[in-house]
Design a binder for this molecule. Structure first.
Ligand SMILES: Cc1cc2nc3c(=O)[nH]c(=O)nc-3n(C[C@H](O)[C@H](O)[C@H](O)COP(=O)(O)OP(=O)(O)OC[C@H]3O[C@@H](n4cnc5c(N)ncnc54)[C@H](O)[C@@H]3O)c2cc1C
Length: 519
């Protein structure tokens, strides 16, 4: 006979997102089961954070009384509290633009680069999460907080039994049954509930079909050794999410403090076919042959695990919620690693879902709140897909690619600043998606990129992007004298105080509070 585990909320999937949900729900006194198909520690892709992601992590930690989680939101506190959990230092977003079969070369204006700092110093810097360690640490915290952790558990049945959902499956060959009032699906794309309930995938509308090829490496040389920066960049270019962009795709490189570098490529189907991406390591070698300067970085590198080939990166779901269940945004859709949008989208969703579960009881009000959650999730995935789709349309046009990236950086830095100032309503939705001016312009510009990226309309498009950025630019992004290198300057934020509907004193206090000015 199967023992029935009777709990309030089942969280399926114990990546960082599931573990965080379980932790927060335990802090509110719910009986929680965290159900995982695999076993920690395990490799997971999706490693690079952003200022907004870390701010959301901080907000979540404060709201649910999780100081251990809060320390993970900055490099400095992380290193002091949990140095045994590996991570990487991320001071900004670094882009280099390559032509295939040519060595990288640039001019004095850094026309083939974009460096956007995310922090003014290491102490308050972002991180790359080394997921085998990071996810395990969060799962251990969830267990210590009283969540019932069932790993190596395969679910195959989901039954609505009126007041509860019954989940059935097997753990190590033995039947498992869980009755829960609500189920949070944190199993990532093509995940548990979508598969078992057969709710199905939705087509992507703005992205070209892409594939990914990735692994972890040792002994990857610094890009700064291959192409030393000309002048003093705003941060060491390798202490970043480093992107090598080329026609038909791009490579990411994230360095951890344990000697491992995560690297991989997202490739449009056409280029993936030429490289025969499904072959793994030989395809990676062919790609590096076509990018000779990047190849130099990998001359002494060795992969520490087999290559992963993902034949389709993007995934969208049709159904995000049911009466007693909800998918986290990371289970509802994946767009692309470009711009590291996965974590902030997921953390926004976690905050909304936890609020909803706290504020509503089962019934009509909860159903309305779940529908609103589903709408927000889909709209934020839409706008992300539109922006990333525009970037793919511009991969052969670095100046236009950079303008679109600045649109992202304007929205992200503005959102972070207003949230830190306690005015989150000024930045509604991810990427200001629900802002009546910015959201509309972002979508319009992205649509133009997809239809007419070249020729005369291109100049008009650049001007339109700049006009969209201007009212939200609190980071000097439109200052062309910066020659594509953007440091974090207190003076930019102070000058932007009126755009933030704040006084200069408010901004100064913010800078002080967040350690954004030192010395
Ligand atoms: C190539 C690539 C690179 C990316 N890079 C970034 C990045 O740099 N920055 C960023 O912000 N985002 C990135 N993303 C997105 C990022 O990966 C996700 O947002 C993030 O991993 C979501 O975390 P999660 O905990 O929700 O899910 P996951 O990390 O996918 O964890 C899901 C967990 O659920 C378990 N599971 C799966 N199915 C079941 C099941 N049926 N039953 C029980 N358990 C199950 C899995 O074993 C796993 O432990 C990237 C995505 C891709 C595809």
């Amino acid at each position: 006979m199967t023992n029935l585990l009777d709990i309030d909320i089942a969280v399926v999937g114990s990546g960082f997102a599931g573990a965080l949900c379980a932790l927060a729900l335990r802090q509110r006194g719910h009986r929680v089961a965290l159900i995982e198909r695999g076993r920690h520690p395990r490799f997971a892709i999706g490693e690079s954070t952003t200022p907004l992601a870390n701010l959301l992590l901080e907000e979540l930690a404060d709201r649910y009384g999780l100081p251990q989680v809060r320390s993970f939101s900055k490099w400095g506190t992380w290193q002091r509290t949990t140095p045994e959990v590996a991570c990487g230092l991320k001071r900004g977003f670094t882009f280099y633009f390559h032509d295939l079969d040519k060595r990288f070369a640039d001019d004095a204006d850094h026309a083939r680069q974009l460096l956007v700092a995310a922090s003014p110093n290491d102490e308050v810097a972002d991180t790359h999460w080394y997921r085998p360690d990071f996810d395990l640490a969060l799962v251990r915290q969830a267990e210590a907080a009283g969540a019932i952790y069932l790993d190596e558990t395969r679910l195959d049945t989901v039954l609505d039994e009126g007041t509860v959902v019954r989940l059935e499956g097997a753990r190590n060959g033995r039947p498992v049954a869980v009755a829960a009032g609500f189920v949070v699906d944190a199993t990532g794309p093509r995940g548990c509930l979508t598969t078992i309930l057969g709710t199905g995938a939705a087509p992507t509308r703005w992205l070209p079909p892409t594939q990914a090829l990735y692994t972890h490496f040792e002994n990857v040389d610094l890009w700064s050794n291959v192409a030393p920066p000309d002048g003093a960049p705003p941060y060491p270019p390798d202490a970043a999410a480093l992107h090598h962009v080329f026609p038909g795709g791009w490579i990411w490189m994230l360095r951890f403090n344990n000697g491992i570098t995560s690297a991989g490529a997202a490739l449009t189907d056409g280029l993936a076919a030429i490289l025969r991406a499904s072959e793994g390591a030989p395809a990676w070698s062919r790609l590096l042959q076509a990018l000779p300067s990047v190849g130099e970085q990998f001359e002494t590198a060795q992969a520490t695990m087999p290559f992963v080939h993902a034949p389709r990166v993007a995934f969208r779901c049709r159904e995000v919620v049911g009466e007693k269940w909800a998918l986290l945004p990371s289970a509802a859709g994946v767009i692309d690693p470009l711009l590291s949008t996965g974590f902030p989208l997921t953390l926004l969703g976690i905050a909304r879902l936890l609020d909803l579960l706290e504020a509503t009881a089962p019934g009509a009000q909860r159903q309305a709140a779940l529908q609103a959650y589903a709408r927000d999730t889909q709209e934020e995935l839409d706008v992300t897909e539109q922006l990333v789709g525009a970037l793919y349309a511009c991969m052969s046009d670095p100046p236009l690619f950079k303008r679109f990236s600045l649109l992202y950086f304007a929205a992200a830095s503005y959102s972070e600043a207003v949230r830190r100032l306690g005015r989150p309503h000024l930045a509604p939705g991810f990427l200001l998606n629900a802002h009546p001016r910015f959201g509309v312009e972002l979508r319009a510009c992205a649509a133009l990129a997809a239809t007419s990226p070249h020729g005369t309309p291109r100049m008009a498009l650049v001007a339109r992007i700049d006009r969209a950025i201007e009212p939200f630019d609190t980071a000097g992004l439109l200052d062309r004298t910066r020659r594509n290198w953007y440091p974090v300057l207190a003076s930019d934020l102070i000058a932007g105080a009126p755009k933030l509907e704040a006084s200069v004193e408010d901004v100064n206090r913010l800078l002080e509070r967040c350690g954004l000015v030192r010395g």
